[in-house]
Write a protein that binds this ligand. Structure first.
Ligand SMILES: Nc1nc2c(ncn2[C@@H]2O[C@H](COP(=O)(O)OP(=O)(O)OP(=O)(O)O)[C@@H](O)[C@H]2O)c(=O)[nH]1
Ligand SMILES: [Mg+2]
Length: 645
């Protein structure tokens, strides 16, 4: 458990930490000289069970709130220090408000300097503290009257902290945040013989000696590093996990000067810096309303970044109210859903609001639509299944599961278990995964079949619809991989049929009129005689004595029925010939990596120009892709089922 001090300047925070641990957390010469704390201090005390209690000591000075917040974001338990002579003072209240906004609800109060006042004043101060805590997250926390200089009451407080640490550990399963490793850097220094060391509180996941990590944001891709050794709560360790104060000795191609407080050390998969996220904001009852586009300092992790607040509902958040907003940062940081932060005004004088990150991948359009706001509201639920369900319902083109997992900081296993529990239909394409609800997936299939049915009605003489066109007719935003999976499933269940390059409903039969069929039956031998160099429209007209335009119209109708392909202008090839040419092109690809016009011509004879036309036809229908003078088979060629027939 990490205990964080809080309270007004000079009320005895550092003295108390020393009385509890024996460690003077004021380590800077300037702190010693001035007798006040300037930056975060750290101390550790062993517990009876062999574990270690960690302390983060913060400054009380009103101008050092940013340092206080850098420490407070990593603590589990608040030790609010109030001097008995003064009682609660401005920074007692300010710290208490900030801790409440950060969601901290476990703590105790140390009523210090009781040696300097009489018993009556102690009773009075207790009353002031009870009034101070009323209505806050720390209401009802125990108050320990003590003297840090004389040592009175220290043992009782220490015993209470030990008990609280045990309780914290038993809540462990619930509180140990799973997910990928993230640690907000609060210090970076060099140790001779060891190298660069960074410290911070791990806020999720775990880290081991030897792990590859990324320090980010830094440069374009962050800084790659490896964990050489680590200390947990000031002791050498093999592994550190969420809630531990860790010191990591890092190896990599960087200098100490490249690293500063506020950067993060993360699992490489969690290194996704951002400048924009959406969040829930709570304005304290005692503060002014928060107005749209207000300039703020965003205190998140171990640092603060300037930015603006764009409200998503209304044009202000009233005192005491909670609302959703987008935070736009002036520079990058790393965050995930659930991270708490505090907004202070541009001059860093006043607390504006507390926040909780909800969505790290907000849309750029329709931000205020009711569906979008409902989704943000669902993201408040700590169970990812709730928002996943709603998101899947809303996303006809599927949920980007990679982003969802990153937003929730889910490691691979947890993500896979979630997809399974939600009964998602998951479509994989390389690294990307798209998820559909069962109902959504079925609806998408129905939509595809309905689009196809409408096409058959519109053009009953067409054998079917080409795959890519059907994807656009179904849902233009549907990714190709998802569409292919959908088609595969519909084909397998017999709700969809394929004839060569065409998809159609099983019952659909392209209908050539009886007259057309008879006429084409007479002409077909001309095509079969020279399948790879069939006669052009003009030649067919000349050889058959039928008017050129009549031939042209007839062949066009036969092509719509799928029995001919228009390989070039006025130049039709039979479906059989095209199927053979397609296998030939596939063979050339297999043997030579690509098909070239000269090689194709060597196999089929005829002119080079016809070979070029054939290959260009295959490019056009998406069977091949042109790369300079070569024609490379696309993907698995799965779009062109006629090859397998
Ligand atoms: N008599 C008496 N003096 C105390 C006690 N605790 C602290 N002091 C004195 O109060 C002064 C301030 O103590 P610190 O511990 O530095 O106070 P702090 O809260 O850490 O101050 P900042 O970190 O600057 O906010 C020192 O001179 C301490 O010796 C106490 O219990 N009794
Ligand atoms: Mg101090």
């Amino acid at each position: 458990m990490i205990v964080g001090t809080a309270g007004h300047i000079d009320h005895g925070k550092t003295t108390l930490v020393k009385a509890l641990t024996g460690v003077d957390a004021d380590r800077l010469p300037e702190e010693k000289a001035r007798g006040i704390t300037l930056d975060l201090g750290y101390a550790y005390a062993p517990l009876a069970d062999g574990s270690v209690l960690g302390f983060i000591d913060v400054p009380g000075h009103e101008k050092l709130i940013h340092n206080m917040l850098a420490g407070a974001t990593g603590i589990d338990f608040v030790l609010l220090v109030v001097a008995a002579d003064d009682g609660p003072m401005p920074q007692t209240r300010e710290h208490l408000e900030l801790l409440g906004l950060l969601g901290l609800d476990h703590g105790a109060v140390a009523l210090t300097k009781c040696d300097a006042v009489d018993a009556e004043r102690v009773v009075e101060a207790r009353g002031e503290i009870a009034a101070l805590l009323a209505g806050t997250r720390l209401e009802g926390s125990p108050v320990f009257a003590l003297s840090a200089t004389r040592g009175d009451g220290i043992a009782e407080l220490r015993a209470h902290l030990d008990t609280a640490a045990a309780a914290h550990r038993s809540r462990g399963a619930e509180f140990t945040r799973q997910g990928r490793f993230r640690l907000a850097i609060d210090r970076c220094f060099t140790l001779s013989g060891i190298g660069t060391v960074i410290t911070g509180t791990a806020c999720s996941g775990s880290v081991r000696v030897g792990d590859a990590v990324i320090i980010a944001p830094a440069g374009h891709d962050g800084i790659r590093a490896r964990v050489k050794s680590l200390h947990v709560q000031d002791r050498p360790a093999e592994c550190g996990q969420a809630g531990d104060r860790c010191a990591l000795a890092l190896a990599g191609d960087f200098e100490k000067a490249d690293i500063e407080r506020g950067m993060w050390v993360v699992d490489p998969a969690a290194a996704r810096p951002l400048t924009r996220f959406q969040a829930e904001l709570q304005v304290p009852a005692a503060q002014a309303a928060l107005k749209h586009w207000m300039a703020v300092h965003v205190h998140l992790g171990a640092t603060d970044i300037t930015g603006r607040v764009a409200l998503l509902e209304g044009d202000q958040i009233a005192p005491g109210a909670t609302a959703q907003a987008e935070i736009l940062l002036d520079r990058e940081t790393i965050t995930v859903r659930g991270d708490r932060f505090v907004l202070r005004d541009a001059s860093a004088q006043r607390t504006v609001a507390g926040g909780r990150v909800l969505d790290c991948f907000p849309p750029s359009r329709h931000k205020r639509s009711p569906a979008r706001l409902a989704l943000l509201a669902a993201l408040r639920d700590d169970d990812p299944a709730t928002s996943l369900r709603l998101l899947a319902e809303q996303s006809t083109a599927g949920v980007d599961l990679g982003r969802f997992a990153a937003n929730w900081n889910l490691a691979e296993d947890a993500a896979a278990a979630l997809w399974q529990a939600a009964m998602l239909r998951v479509v994989r394409a390389g690294e990307e995964q798209t998820g559909f609800s069962s109902a959504g997936w079925l609806a998408l299939g129905d939509k595809l079949l309905a689009a196809l049915g409408a096409e058959h009605q519109r053009a009953p003489d067409m054998v079917g619809v080409e795959r890519e066109r059907l994807r656009r007719l179904t849902l233009p935003t549907l990714a190709r991989a998802a569409f292919d999976a959908l088609v595969g499933e519909l084909l397998a269940t017999g709700r969809l049929a394929a004839s060569r390059a065409w998809l159609h409903l099983p019952e659909h039969q392209a209908s050539l009129a009886a007259g057309d069929r008879e006429l084409f039956g007479m002409l077909k031998p001309l095509f079969d005689a020279q399948p790879f160099a069939p006669p052009r429209v003009r030649d067919v007209a000349r050889d058959s004595g039928i008017a050129e335009d009549v031939v042209r119209q007839l062949l066009r109708r036969v092509a719509r029925a799928g029995e001919l392909y228009p390989v070039a202008h006025d130049h039709y090839f039979t479906a059989d010939a095209v199927a053979q040419l397609a296998s030939l092109v596939a063979r050339l690809n297999a043997e030579q990596g690509a098909a070239r016009a000269a090689d194709l011509r060597d196999h089929i004879g005829g002119g080079r120009k016809v070979a070029i036309h054939i290959l260009e036809f295959f490019d056009r229908i998406g069977y091949t892709r042109r790369v300079r003078d070569e024609h490379v088979l696309r993907g698995s060629g799965s779009g062109h089922a006629w090859l397998n027939q």
